[in-house]
Design a protein around this ligand. Structure first.
Ligand SMILES: Nc1ncnc2c1ncn2[C@@H]1O[C@H](COP(=O)(O)OP(=O)(O)O)[C@@H](O)[C@H]1O
Ligand SMILES: [Mg+2]
Length: 245
């Protein structure tokens, strides 16, 4: 299994609200497209943060491609699993789009070299990969633009480029279609449809879930309430209603 989650519970340090996730169990195979739906506060973002090792699990275990998610494995796991943050401003922190896109691969090349020094051929290869990803997303023309001055749709694609350039096998996305106008949303959908790798998309956008995913998970109050074919789950009005959707 690409992702295997067993009895995952999570708690925000310092919060007195109790567990934000209660014993969540599911797995995702190579190339699988999965939607994660649930009302506000259901625990969708919490689950994605736990899966990326940003929020430590209080109980249970997470394995990515057979490796346990633990601090010592994080660099390895971050190569296999990428998180598209809900807010692109959390992903784009360099002055230009290009610098943001090369940041991860250069960092990785530097740490792989051990002494932080990167061979010129490595820099060239990072440049080629970065430009290839920008081209695939049709935003190569935004390469030298300042990230913070882009439109919402452009920012979303630039943030996606930052994730894709690391060539993850599983992409976690937090509300990727939020705040996009119809045209930007259509572009995002078109791009996501071309991705060969597995993804887990947390979304309120049931139409997006149906368009992109064969399978759907529902979270409600931090509990996994359903896991099955997207079409069946999203058409189950009683179930959606019960889960506040
Ligand atoms: N940084 C935080 N600190 C404490 N509690 C949080 C934090 N973020 C979210 N929560 C709580 O965790 C629960 C799940 O929230 P979240 O995962 O953000 O839900 P969703 O993404 O489905 O809207 C909620 O009860 C929320 O109040
Ligand atoms: Mg959220």
């Amino acid at each position: 299994m690409l992702l295997d989650v067993r009895g995952l519970s999570a708690l925000y340090p310092g919060s007195n609200e109790g567990l934000a996730l209660h014993g969540v169990t599911f797995s995702i195979g190579e190339g699988e497209k999965v939607a994660l739906i649930g009302a506000n506060g259901a625990g969708k973002s919490t689950l994605l943060l736990s899966l990326s090792g940003i929020l430590e699990a209080s109980e249970g275990k997470i394995e990515v491609d057979g490796d346990a998610l633990q601090k010592k494995n994080l660099p390895l796991i971050r190569r296999k699993l990428g998180l598209l943050f809900q807010n692109p401003d959390d992903q784009l922190f360099m002055p230009t789009v290009y610098e943001d896109v090369i940041f991860g691969p250069l960092n990785y090349a530097g740490s792989a070299a051990g002494n932080g020094s990167i061979h010129p051929s490595e820099t060239e290869s990072v440049d080629r990969t970065a430009c290839g990803v920008l081209e695939k997303l049709e935003i190569l023309h935004l390469k030298d633009r300042m990230s913070h001055k882009l439109s919402g749709g452009e920012k979303r694609l630039a943030a996606l480029a930052v994730v894709l350039v690391m060539e993850p096998r599983l992409i976690l996305m937090d509300e990727p279609s939020a705040f996009l106008d119809p045209r930007a949303r259509r572009r995002l959908v078109a791009v996501l449809k071309t991705l060969p790798q597995a993804y887990l998309i947390a979304t309120h956008d049931l139409a997006l879930a149906l368009e992109l995913c064969d399978r759907c998970l529902i979270l409600s109050g931090g509990h996994l309430r359903a896991d099955g074919p997207a079409r069946d789950i999203i058409n189950d009005a009683a179930l959606l209603d019960e889960c506040g959707l």
